[in-house]
Design a protein around this ligand. Structure first.
Ligand SMILES: Cc1cc2nc3c(=O)[nH]c(=O)nc-3n(C[C@H](O)[C@H](O)[C@H](O)COP(=O)(O)OP(=O)(O)OC[C@H]3O[C@@H](n4cnc5c(N)ncnc54)[C@H](O)[C@@H]3O)c2cc1C
Length: 410
C-alpha cells in the first residue's frame, strides 16, 4: 500500500521515502531473520542496537535534539514524527518505540532541562548510537490516575521525592517502563508534596543509570512488540543533585510539550503495524488459490480488504490532523491526539485481526509473520494510557462542566 503523501511538504515526502526504503531493505529482512531472537534471546540481547546504528546513518535517530547539539531542525515536528514513525513501525513497532523514547524525551529535555544539563547530556546522546532514554510515570498501584482530572492526595504518585540539603532523595518503584531495562538516562516523576495530588504535587528529575540507590529490576515479558524491553525501576534512598530537578510540582501540567507529539507518535506507530499487516495480506490474497481462484476474487475477501484499507486511510487522516494541530499549537490539539490514539488502537487491532483471518490457519503460524502484527497491535490498546481512560478525557473535553468529574467528591 503506497502511503498517502498528499499535502506533505517536500522535506517530509523525502524523509518518508527514506524511511520506507530503510524498512524495506533493512528492518523487514532483519525481523524475518530474527524470529527466534524475538522469543529466545535474553532481554539484554533483544534490543536491535544494529538497527539503531543503521538509522543513525540516515540522521533520524536524534530528531528531538536541538540543532546546536547536532540534532535536525524540523519545520513540523509532530507531522514529521508521524510520517517517519508510520514507515519505521511498518518494519517493527518495538524497534520504533525504542527510538520514539529517544525522540520524545529529547523534546522534553530541550524544553525543560537547564542549559547545563543539556550541555552535559545531549552530546552523549548524539555520539552514542546505543544511548537510550526513558521516562517513568507508571507505578504498580496504577497509572490511569495521571491522565485523569483528579488532584487529590490519595491518587498521587507513590514514588516520593524529598528535598534534603542540596539533594533530592527518591524512594519508590516504577514499572512497565519502555527502555527501562536498557536506558542510560531516565526522566523520573515523583510526588514532591504529599499534601497535594498528582497534578500539583508531581516533580520530574533527570536520573543517570549509574546513580547509587537506583537499580533496574526485572523485564516484563510481553507477547508483542518484543524487540523493546519494558523494565522495573527501584529507588532506595537514591540521592540526586538539586540541579537534576526538571520541573517542580507542576511536572504533569507542563508535560504537554512532549505528551502531545508522543500521542501522535503512538497513533503513527500503531498505523505502521496495520499497514504492514495490510500489505502482506494484500500480496497473499492475490496469490493464494482457494476454491479454484485467488482469494481476492472471492467477494467476501475483497470486501474485507476494502474495509481494512478504509480503516488504515482514516487512521492516517486522524493521526495527521492531530499532528497538524500540535504543530500549529491549536487549542484542541490534546483532545485530537487522544482521539487519534484511541481511534488507531481500535481500528488497527481490527485490521490485524482481519489480516490473520484472511490467512486462514497460516495466520497463527509463526513462519508467516502475520501473527506478529496481531500481537504488536494488541500492545497499543494499553500503552501510553488505556482506551477507556482516553475516552474519559475526550468526554471531559466535550462536556467540561458535567462529564467525568472525580467520583470521590460527589
Ligand atoms: C508496552 C507498554 C509500554 C509502556 N511504557 C511506559 C513508559 O515508558 N513509561 C510509563 O510511565 N509507563 C509506560 N507504560 C504504562 C502505561 O502507560 C500504563 O499501562 C497505562 O497508563 C495503564 O495504566 P495501568 O497499567 O497501571 O492500568 P490501571 O490504571 O491500573 O487501569 C486498569 C483498568 O482500570 C481502568 N481504569 C483505571 N482508572 C479508571 C477510572 N478512574 N475510571 C474508569 N476506568 C479506570 C483502565 O482503563 C484499565 O482498564 C507502558 C505500558 C505498556 C503496556
Amino acid at each position: 500500500m503506497r502511503m498517502s503523501t498528499m499535502e506533505l511538504s517536500e522535506e517530509d515526502r523525502l524523509l518518508a521515502d527514506t524511511a520506507r526504503r530503510f524498512s524495506d531493505e533493512v528492518v523487514i529482512p532483519w525481523v524475518a531473520n530474527n524470529r527466534d531472537r524475538e522469543w529466545l534471546a535474553p532481554p539484554e540481547e533483544r534490543v536491535p542496537y544494529e538497527l539503531l546504528e543503521a538509522v543513525d546513518a540516515l540522521g533520524i535517530r536524534t530528531l528531538g535534539v536541538p540543532e546546536k547539539y547536532g540534532g535536525v531542525p524540523l519545520e513540523h515536528q509532530a507531522l514529521t514524527f508521524a510520517v517517519l514513525a508510520e514507515e519505521l513501525s511498518r518494519g517493527d513497532s518495538g524497534f520504533m518505540d525504542t527510538l520514539a523514547q529517544v525522540w520524545k524525551v529529547s523534546v522534553l529535555l530541550s524544553n525543560c532541562a537547564s542549559e547545563e544539563l543539556q550541555d552535559e547530556w545531549f552530546p552523549k546522546i548524539v555520539e552514542d548510537t546505543g544511548f537510550l532514554l526513558a521516562h517513568a510515570l507508571t507505578e504498580p498501584r496504577g497509572a490511569s490516575d495521571r491522565w485523569l482530572p483528579y488532584d487529590v492526595p490519595e491518587a498521587a504518585m507513590q514514588t516520593r521525592a524529598t528535598r534534603d540539603g542540596d539533594d533530592w532523595v527518591l524512594n519508590g518503584r516504577k514499572h512497565f517502563i519502555t527502555n527501562g531495562y536498557d536506558a542510560k538516562l531516565y526522566v523520573i516523576y515523583a510526588n514532591s508534596d504529599p499534601t497535594k495530588g498528582i497534578r500539583s504535587g508531581t516533580s520530574s528529575f533527570l536520573v543517570p543509570r549509574d546513580t547509587p540507590g537506583f537499580t533496574i529490576g526485572r523485564v516484563h515479558e510481553k507477547f508483542g512488540a518484543r524487540f523493546m524491553n519494558q523494565g522495573e525501576l527501584i529507588f532506595d534512598d537514591c540521592r540526586i543533585p538539586a540541579s537534576h530537578l526538571l520541573i517542580e510540582n507542576d511536572a504533569l501540567g507542563k508535560a504537554g510539550v512532549y505528551f502531545q507529539p508522543g500521542k501522535v507518535l503512538q497513533a503513527a506507530k500503531n498505523l505502521g503495524v496495520g499497514v504492514a499487516a495490510y500489505e502482506e495480506t494484500s500480496q497473499y490474497v492475490q496469490e493464494f488459490v482457494q476454491g479454484g481462484k485467488v482469494l481476492i476474487k472471492h467477494q467476501v475477501v475483497a470486501k474485507a480488504m476494502a474495509e481494512m484499507a478504509t480503516k488504515i486511510e482514516s487512521v492516517r487522516a486522524m493521526t495527521r490532523l492531530a499532528a497538524r494541530a500540535v504543530d500549529a499549537g491549536a487549542d484542541d490539539a490534546s483532545y485530537l491526539t487522544w482521539m487519534a490514539k484511541v481511534y488507531a488502537g481500535d481500528n488497527i487491532f481490527d485490521v490485524c485481526r482481519s489480516a490473520m483471518e484472511l490467512h486462514g490457519g497460516s495466520g497463527v503460524m509463526r513462519d508467516t509473520g502475520i501473527e506478529k502484527h496481531f500481537r504488536d497491535a494488541a500492545i497499543f490498546l494499553h500503552m501510553d494510557g488505556t482506551a477507556d481512560v482516553h475516552k474519559f478525557k475526550i468526554a471531559k473535553a466535550l462536556f467540561p462542566e458535567t462529564a467525568a468529574e472525580y467520583a470521590g467528591v460527589e
